[in-house]
Write a new protein. Structure first.
Ligand code: FES
Ligand SMILES: [Fe+2]
Length: 445
């Protein structure tokens, strides 16, 4: 349970809000490099942290993310021309570079000195970097810009990484909370019959055994980056099936996936009511094979099968994104026969199962269903400890920010250099398990 005041503090991320400022101190994955491969290709419309933005790749291959509107008469730059190292507004031809500097004002007489006007015509622009198959953006004060976090998936070759992103029509926090809710995996994501489609190459650990025990024992240890937590399930052989997961501020997860070694997500706020869910999976040891990528693309784990889409946000701004075919309007493909015979939820893909619930929770503040869940009505229990801990840590950052105290974590990128793991072992104590698997848990590149 959370008061309305804390709920707003947790969820709202617009410019000037405390949590919005916290997010503006971290690098955020904005879009996949593959969405913008071509130099001088079509710009992409984004909204991040409530700001309308345009992303483009210039003639030199550099990416840029800048405000979406031309400062002259506020024409949307999406309709502009991406040419000769800049994005040229379609209305009167003013041109901007990847950081939003105005570099040409061609609709004035040749003897007019445009320098002062160009300086005033600067569009807010944010530095970008490319790593792990994503274009990352930093939207905070320039003098506080940190290094990229040292997550392992940002430090392996691109063909070792699989990334995708999709639209979730809810506030970022209720999506993110599902990520650290280990107990729901045994229920919402349970298969009633074993999946038969897994190619042998994907069968790397005994997930079916793990899911037998629907009331795992959970242990959580706070760390400077967030926390590490372990869910211990009894297997039918008398051993323990451990899943050890990290949650990293403000919204990154790292999960030992049973179908491929490690994966996780970033819950990137589009605005207070929409989220860009970035998912990644990677191998440290070798590139993914075509067979593996095809398997992931089919939506057998996550992500769901996705298609590129242009989504019109309330208010009319359109963003370039990806969506699953399972959406609110078709009840996420819920099939009651499948629910009786095949899986617990009756919905096919894992993340569609999550979204179905998270996009339809009742909202606080008179908002539409699923937008910002009304946390004062919740009844949390012991298995919700990770969620409670994450909220406490996030609220501390937001309250500190409100007092002018900057977060330290973004400036300690090495803290993100960790791995998740899963194992079947006779070891029943979490601290001893962590000690025994320390080599596994520290990224090695
Ligand atoms: S509105 Fe963009 S150049 Fe005039
Ligand atoms: Fe889930």
């Amino acid at each position: 349970m959370l008061s309305d005041e804390d709920n707003e503090l947790l969820c709202r991320v617009g410019s000037g809000t405390p949590m919005g400022e916290v997010f503006r101190r971290f690098w955020l994955p904005a879009l996949a490099s593959s969405e913008m491969l071509q130099k001088d290709g079509a710009p992409k419309r984004l909204r991040l942290l409530g700001e309308d933005l345009i992303a483009f790749r210039n003639s030199n291959g550099e990416s840029g993310i800048i405000g979406a509107y031309c400062p002259h008469k506020l024409a949307p730059l999406f309709f502009g021309r991406n040419e000769q190292c800049g994005l040229r507004c379609a209305y009167h031809g003013w041109k901007f570079d990847t950081l939003g500097h105005c570099v040409e004002i061609p609709n004035l007489p040749p003897n007019f000195d445009t320098n002062a006007l160009k300086a005033r015509a600067k569009i807010p622009g944010s530095p970008t970097k490319e790593a792990g198959g994503m274009i990352w953006v930093y939207m905070g004060p320039p003098d506080r810009m940190p290094e990229l976090p040292h997550m392992e998936w940002l430090r392996v070759p691109d063909d070792h990484v699989y990334v995708a992103r999709w639209l979730q029509r809810s506030n970022w926090a209720q999506g993110m909370e599902g990520e650290i809710d280990s107990s729901h995996i045994s229920w919402l994501h349970r298969d009633l019959v074993p999946r038969t489609v897994d190619p042998p190459v994907m069968q790397t650990s005994p997930i079916a055994k793990g899911l037998v025990d629907g009331a795992p024992m959970m242990k959580l240890i706070e760390r400077d980056y967030g926390f590490v937590y372990g869910a211990r399930r009894q297997t039918n052989t008398g051993d323990y099936y451990w899943r050890v997961t990290q949650w990293m501020l403000p919204m990154f997860s790292m999960i030992p996936n049973d179908l491929w070694p490690r994966s996780g997500r970033a819950w990137v706020p589009i605005d207070d009511e929409h989220t860009s869910v970035v998912t990644y999976a990677y191998r440290a040891d070798r590139p993914y094979t075509r067979e593996e990528v095809d398997y992931i693309d089919q939506g057998n784990g996550f992500p769901p099968p996705l298609h590129p889409s242009v989504y019109t946000l309330p208010g009319g701004y359109r963003i370039d994104t990806f969506e699953s075919i399972a959406v609110k309007e078709n009840d996420y493909g819920l099939d009651r026969a499948r629910q009786r015979n095949v899986n617990f939820s009756g919905i096919h893909a894992t993340t569609d199962q999550d979204r179905a619930l998270q996009e339809n929770m009742p909202s606080a503040f008179g908002l539409g269903a699923g937008r910002i869940v009304d946390r004062k009505r919740e009844l949390l229990v012991a298995s919700d400890l990770p969620v409670i801990t994450a909220r406490r840590m996030l609220l501390k950052l937001a309250k500190d920010m409100r007092e002018g105290i900057e977060p330290e974590l973004p400036r300690r990128p090495e803290l993100f250099h960790v791995r998740s793991t899963s194992a079947v072992t006779p070891e029943g104590d979490f601290e001893s398990f962590l000690k025994a698997r320390a080599g596994d848990l520290r990224a090695v590149n």
